[in-house]
Design a binder for this molecule. Structure first.
Ligand SMILES: *[C@@H]1O[C@H](CO)[C@@H](O)[C@H](O)[C@H]1NC(C)=O
Ligand SMILES: *[C@@H]1O[C@H](CO)[C@@H](O)[C@H](O)[C@H]1NC(C)=O
Length: 435
């Protein structure tokens, strides 16, 4: 952060002082005082060197509303790509696989993650026409001023890194969370060596890994990691995984993004899974990582409410040629410019309300004081992207980039919103050597 004298000079390059100069002489100090007042209220200006080497002044958020541990420095340089540049067709968002600017390393490696994370090959990537469609949809959302849409387009991995620095970000849940892990590790793919480490190879306590359904980590700089642990149901979570979580290396200073829901098709069963979790959380939250709940994801099966199965629903039927299912749009539900859902069809009110699973689970999470990553509303329109998961269309999982990448932006917003509540990373404050 720059001292204010330099900051004012930098701000001057935006043309503010130029305008003042053309005015009467006295306007200059007055404008200066107003500027200083605004700066101290809204944060500081930083000088960001543009591609042509010019210094562009840019507002950075006020320091006083960020916790002390939140260190905005980043081990890599990611130039922010502006929405306007994307509108001109000159770039895509980093979330959609755009290469790191001004320079990248892993992007040019000829191997699996490099290809997949640019959504070119080696996994359930969306076909190019779907990627174009998604990109245009996201630009349209930004055009109508939908909250968070510009932030999504312009998000860089360096925005996310300060929340992961010095700790583990655990992504725990079913196959949707597993795909989300792939999305997050891809977003951060310039930060690691492109080798995923199976969790059991990282843990000395082999007993702790017994019965683990699966899990892996990617190792980021500065003692930071992103790890996924597979856990399909709430009961398995609290009886098997969480009692051994500390032995797997989880610390109270870590962050855990958690969900279970889509495996469960009966309301009573979901309720009992949620109650088991709630009781466990109340008793043991002090020893658990900081927990964030991701809401249940939407399904787009060809049934009245898109559900694959539920109490009193018609079960979805696969296509006869074994290529999977036909997915369908939620035609009578629209996402408005305020990110709210609307419908005129009373049968679809349950979708507007967040789906039956979220209606049941979210009030409990709120009661427990657990922050929520809201993905439901923004996922409702994304029905075309349920492709190629294990070579079949299944109307629950998506190809990349689509829903999961939208979730990353939502997760970032949640981390940012609740940063005052997030504990400092384990090694904070950093020890100076020799002390
Ligand atoms: C932020 O992190 C960097 C990299 O670890 C470190 O060099 C720097 O001292 C940190 N800044 C603060 C204010 O802790
Ligand atoms: C989702 O849509 C519902 C219904 O319009 C609205 O009440 C809710 O606030 C929206 N949620 C988010 C996170 O925007």
């Amino acid at each position: 952060m720059l001292p204010t004298a330099t900051a004012t000079k930098a701000a001057g390059k935006r043309g503010v002082l130029q305008i003042c100069k053309d005015r009467r002489y006295w306007l200059l100090p007055v404008a200066g005082v107003i500027m200083l007042g605004l700066l101290s209220l809204s944060g500081f200006w930083e000088c960001v060197t543009s591609e042509e080497g010019k210094c562009e002044a840019r507002a950075v958020p006020a320091a006083f509303d960020a916790p002390k541990w939140l260190n905005a420095s980043c081990p890599l340089v990611y130039q922010r790509i502006r929405t306007e540049e994307m509108q001109r067709g000159e770039a895509r968002p980093y979330l959609m696989g755009e290469r790191q600017r001004p320079a990248c390393v892993n992007c040019d490696r000829d191997e699996l993650w490099s290809h997949f994370c640019q959504f070119k090959s080696h996994g359930p990537k969306c076909p190019p026409h779907d990627q174009d469609l998604l990109f245009n949809t996201l630009l349209d959302r930004a055009k109508v001023g939908a909250p968070g849409s510009r932030e999504l387009l312009e998000l860089t991995p360096c925005d996310l890194f300060p929340y992961i620095r010095g700790r583990t970000l655990w992504l725990v849940g079913d196959s949707m969370m597993q795909e989300f892990m792939r999305a997050v590790q891809c977003f951060m793919y310039e930060f690691w060596d492109l080798e995923t480490k199976q969790l059991d190879t990282l843990v000395a306590d082999k007993e702790a890994t017994e019965g683990l359904i699966g899990g892996w980590c990617v190792l980021l700089p500065e003692d930071s990691r992103i790890c996924h642990v597979r856990s399909n149901m709430g009961d398995w979570l609290v009886t098997n995984l969480l009692p051994r979580f500390a032995r797997l290396g989880a610390l109270p200073s870590d962050i855990m993004v958690l969900n279970f829901a889509v495996w469960i098709n009966k309301a009573g069963e979901l309720a009992s899974n949620v109650m088991m979790w709630a009781e466990y959380y109340e008793r043991f939250k002090a020893s658990l990582p900081f927990v964030i709940w991701r809401d249940a994801s939407i399904q787009h099966f060809d049934t009245p409410t898109g559900d694959y199965k539920c109490d009193g629903c018609v079960d979805a039927k696969p296509r006869e040629d074994e290529t999977g299912f036909n997915c369908k749009a939620m035609d009578s539900v629209t996402l408005n410019a305020a990110n709210e859902l609307e419908t005129t069809d009373p049968a679809m009110q349950v979708i507007v309300d967040g789906g039956w699973r979220n209606k049941l689970t979210l009030p409990v999470m709120k009661e427990l004081g657990i922050p929520i990553v809201h993905t439901w509303n923004l996922s409702v329109p994304l029905w075309q992207y349920h492709h190629s998961f294990q070579e079949k269309d299944d109307c629950t999982h998506w190809c990349h980039p689509s829903g999961y990448q939208v979730w990353i932006a939502q997760m970032y917003q949640t981390l940012r919103k609740y940063r005052e509540s997030i504990p400092p990373p384990g090694n904070w404050p950093p020890q100076s050597p020799g002390l």
